[in-house]
Design a protein around this ligand. Structure first.
Ligand SMILES: Nc1ncnc2c1ncn2[C@@H]1O[C@H](COP(=O)(O)OP(=O)(O)O)[C@@H](O)[C@H]1O
Ligand SMILES: [Mg+2]
Length: 237
């Protein structure tokens, strides 16, 4: 079990206002899965992803990541685990401006214990996402689809146990979106565990399993029948 969550709850407390967002979710995710967390805007998907990705803590409930109880870990322990095991892709790319594609991807390796061949590793993952010809471009000189592929390369460069992608196609035209889904599917085929957060059924059906969240509760958890396969271009050969 990579992720073991039981009766997980989350509420935000800002001054006197308490907002209850997650009301008791339970599920297990194993290595190699490709899961879509689906639900309408405001249903709690990003809140759940932030907790699963060790960016935030649950208010109540059990959470074991890679067989470790993360609810009792210190912030530093969480950060170490997150930096070594988890890759993130966000809707808004979150790349550094005025920095090259290659340097953006090398950034997570600043914290890596094994600093050997940092340059080679970053180049290799950029080639894997079809950006071998953009290494020295600045991030304001490439398209949205290319930016998201840089973000995927940056998520991959540490060889993480799991990749979380929160609405990764949300800011893209449909052709670039298909290319991103194709990359995620290929990464899963070679063994990567992927959690995709989306409000669209069309996008969710590229995953192998859908967990449907409504108002902070799981209303459905099912395998995807007749999965959609993204084919566009010839990336990640
Ligand atoms: N830091 C926060 N403080 C208070 N409320 C929050 C905070 N973050 C999210 N929420 C609330 O939690 C609910 C779910 O948000 P979110 O997880 O972002 O939903 P989704 O990603 O499904 O659109 C929303 O009502 C949102 O306003
Ligand atoms: Mg969200």
């Amino acid at each position: 079990m990579l992720i073991n969550i039981k009766d997980l709850k989350k509420q935000f407390e800002n001054e006197k206002l308490v907002t209850k967002v997650l009301h008791g979710l339970s599920f297990v995710i194993n290595e190699g899965e490709f899961v879509a967390i689906m639900g309408p805007s405001g249903s709690g998907k990003s809140t759940l992803m932030h907790i699963m990705g060790l960016l935030d803590r649950a208010s109540e409930g059990k959470y074991e990541f890679a067989d470790r109880d993360v609810t009792t870990m210190s912030d530093n322990e969480l950060a170490d685990l997150r930096n070594s095991k988890i890759g993130f892709v966000f809707q808004s790319f979150n790349l550094l401006a005025r920095t090259t594609v290659l340097d953006n991807v090398k950034l997570p390796l600043t914290y890596a214990k094994d600093k050997k061949n940092i340059d080679d590793r970053a180049r290799r993952v950029l080639e894997d996402v079809g950006l071998g010809h953009r290494l020295d471009y600045f991030t304001n000189q490439i398209s949205g689809g290319e930016k998201q592929r840089v973000a995927i390369a940056r998520a991959l460069v540490n060889n993480p146990s799991i990749i979380f992608a929160d609405e990764p196609t949300g800011n893209l035209d449909s052709k670039s979106g298909i290319q991103i889904m194709e990359i995620l599917q290929k990464l899963n085929e070679v063994g990567n565990t992927i959690i995709l957060v989306t409000h669209e059924i069309y996008t969710a059906e590229h995953a192998k399993r859908v967990i449907n969240v409504r108002d902070g509760l799981i209303v459905e958890d099912r395998p995807v029948k007749n999965r959609r396969l993204a084919h566009d271009g010839d990336l990640l050969k």
